[in-house]
Design a protein. Structure first.
Ligand code: 4AD
Ligand code: MG
Length: 472
């Protein structure tokens, strides 16, 4: 520190966010962050500095003598000085620097982001190790963090217990493909030989084939045999060979399971309330960051969000959905007869048809749904008590169902699929104190896409993983 007078005063270490709150006005403070812009005038150098704690930068006023000291765009700096009222209308406070140290220099020519330029998301995506330095991605990460808290609070406020479901599992939940297998990496021949000897003929580390989880549902169903309501929120993995704008190989899923319910409406109510409560929380607690997306990324998207919040979500049956699609004048690439799976193009059409308000599609053909979906036992159009929530811009956001709690029906279905032995434990849940229950899963990244109007799912997750891409 350059001044004795300055050293005598107590130094407060502040984040940019706290410095901007003006509470420390008149204090001697220290901030550490990254230079966002540099402007030099005759006697003064004006730097904008941020540190990821908020969107707005803090203006630092320094002597122009410091001009050639490496205070470039992107450099990391450590500043001490006094926090003063700013004469400019653009900010309330500014930091009058006494001492600035360049912690980490940055060559602005080589740095992939340019000062005051709004880069396209496709461009910043190429730099997963640096894009957190951009305003847009930094805002996204704060929103992600706040949305996580909002979701946790929602469940806590509504009597749900959080369960940490495993990442490695020996069940495949959805009953079909798309799994990543888990085995130890064998680095060299000697290691491999040693391992094989230890395994005594069993090729699997856990003695059974194991996978990265595609869903925590079955583990939550276990817990719904002991708790009234449970949820989990963690990473899920699907080996989908897709480059689509709404699929990832690793994504976060929020899943809930409710015991003692015989009604799909109960499950749908939790989905709708979760969506609305989390979104309202974000609009209040992350207003500036959310506004950045609604202003610059998808202008006008705020109107869409307000519409979703103000309306009750629509409910139509799968059979009605097929009628709507068949009556439409639009030509679809995929067929729309009863029994077909709904494709993205169908989902988007249905949401538009419902006035761009989210829509629940219920009671899908029984044969389209996994073994755990509850049989509606209706004929001739045999359906299951399953529901998808479709939302504007994204299509399917949530998938859920009532679960088959009747032992004989479940056993028959598993036997038909040749899965009776593998799911003995699951059948036991129905033998010992079985209760009617149901639940759903919501894709966290798709939720963020829907609220922020982000077109590509790869731009709402810190480190996207998809087929042929695992940078970092
Ligand atoms: O519809 P899904 O496959 O449902 C299940 O996994 C149920 N077992 C959940 C449950 O009932 N507990 O997946 C749920 C949601 C989808 O609606 C979608 O939003 C998201 O997870 N999702 C994906 N998000 C990104 N990338 C992918 N590859 C996704 N696959 C599903
Ligand atoms: Mg689904």
């Amino acid at each position: 520190c350059s001044s004795r007078h300055y050293c005598q005063k107590q130094l407060k270490n502040l984040s940019v966010r706290d410095a901007l709150s003006s509470e420390a006005l008149g204090s001697h403070i220290r901030i550490q962050g990254w230079v966002r812009s540099v402007r030099s005038q005759k006697e003064h150098l004006f730097l904008h500095v941020n540190d990821g704690t908020c969107l707005q930068p803090l203006q630092v006023v320094a002597s122009s003598d410091l001009q050639d000291r490496g205070l470039t765009f992107g450099s990391a700096i450590d500043v001490t000085g006094s926090l003063e009222k700013s004469p400019s209308k653009k900010q309330n406070v500014e930091l009058h620097a006494r001492h600035i140290e360049v912690t980490g220099a940055c060559d602005p020519i080589e740095f992939p982001f340019k000062i005051k330029e709004r880069h396209l998301m496709e461009y910043t995506r190429q730099f997963p190790h640096l894009r957190c330095r951009t305003n847009t991605f930094s805002a996204l990460l704060r929103i992600r963090s706040e949305a996580t808290s909002a979701i946790q609070s929602f469940f806590k406020d509504n009597g749900f217990t959080q369960i940490h479901t495993p990442v490695i599992t020996s069940n495949d939940c959805e009953g079909a493909g798309d799994l990543f297998q888990v085995e130890p990496a064998r680095r060299d021949k000697q290691q491999q030989q040693q391992q094989e000897e230890e395994e005594e003929g069993n090729p699997h580390f856990f003695s059974v084939p194991t996978y990265l989880t595609v869903s925590g549902q079955l583990h939550l169903e276990v817990m719904a045999g002991a708790f009234p309501a449970v949820y989990t929120f963690g990473p899920t993995f699907r080996a989908e060979n897709s480059q689509s704008r709404r699929h990832l190989a690793e994504f976060y899923m929020v899943e809930a399971e409710i015991a003692f319910t015989e009604s799909l409406e109960d499950v749908m109510r939790v989905m709708e309330n979760l969506f609305k409560a989390s979104t309202e929380h974000l609009l209040t607690h992350c207003a500036e960051d959310v506004e950045l997306f609604h202003k610059y990324v998808t202008p006008g998207h705020r109107g869409q969000v307000d519409l979703m919040l103000s309306r009750k979500f629509n409910v139509i049956s799968y059979t009605e959905a097929i009628d709507i699609l068949n009556r439409s004048s639009q030509t679809f690439t995929f067929p729309t007869e009863w029994g077909c799976d709904l494709q993205t193009e169908h989902e988007k059409y249905l949401v538009k048809h419902c006035g761009n308000v989210p829509v629940f599609v219920t009671d899908y053909p029984y044969d389209l749904k996994p073994f755990y979906a509850r049989d509606n036992q209706d004929r001739p159009q045999h359906t299951a008590a399953a529901v998808d929530l479709l939302v504007p811009g994204v299509g399917e956001l949530c998938g859920g169902s009532l679960r088959e709690e009747r032992l004989d029906l479940l056993r028959n279905r598993l036997a038909q699929a040749g899965l009776e032995d593998a799911y003995k434990w699951y059948l036991q849940l129905r033998e010992f104190g079985s209760v009617p229950h149901g639940g759903f899963g919501m894709g966290f990244e798709r939720y963020l896409q829907c609220i922020l109007g982000v077109d590509n799912i790869k731009d709402v997750i810190p480190f996207p993983r998809f087929s042929h891409s695992c940078l970092l």
